[in-house]
Unconditional design. Structure first.
Length: 161
């Protein structure tokens, strides 16, 4: 019998509630979330009810692979509210409820703002990347006869991004 399974992380920031519900359902089936490592790592165990809260950490970076110092300070704040940080990746912070009287980590308004800001930053990165690619393509079309750009360079940028 498998003792571990790995599932790709396919959740977006705007689906934090679905993400936490997914983790709860996996726990009820006996697969307990352990960490992020090339996806989500689950360990087999006894089925039990565990409650999770997935929050978007506003000071996180898209390149964060493990909790940074600021995320750990945020986790200490949340632990006082009855939540324990399980792991984090990018701007996602996964908390498990450890106290029966745990209070909400953030208000609904703060949560909405954190998610909105994270989604806009993510989309802004993609838009700027594609604008750069289009500008290279345009430059290639305009100045191709002068030999300033090569088609292979444009193709390289299209596939790398």
């Amino acid at each position: 019998m498998k003792t571990k399974k790995r599932v790709p992380l396919y959740f977006q920031y705007r689906t934090c509630d679905a993400f936490s519900e997914y983790l709860r359902m996996q726990s009820k089936q006996g697969w307990h979330f352990k960490e992020f490592r090339f996806g989500m790592v689950f360990e087999a165990g006894q089925p039990r009810e565990r409650f999770f809260d997935v929050e978007v950490f506003p000071n996180g970076m898209e390149t964060d692979l493990k909790p940074e110092k600021e995320a750990e300070e945020y986790a200490e704040y949340c632990e006082a509210a009855g939540w324990k940080l399980v792991d984090s990746i990018r701007k996602f912070c996964v908390f498990e409820k450890v106290s029966a009287d745990a209070v909400a980590i953030v208000t609904p308004r703060e949560r909405f703002e954190n998610i909105r800001r994270a989604e806009w930053q993510r989309w802004g990165k993609y838009v700027s990347m594609y604008a750069f690619q289009l500008s290279l393509l345009g430059a290639n079309l305009v100045w191709n006869r002068y030999g300033l750009f090569m088609n292979t360079l444009v193709i390289l940028f299209l596939f790398v991004a």
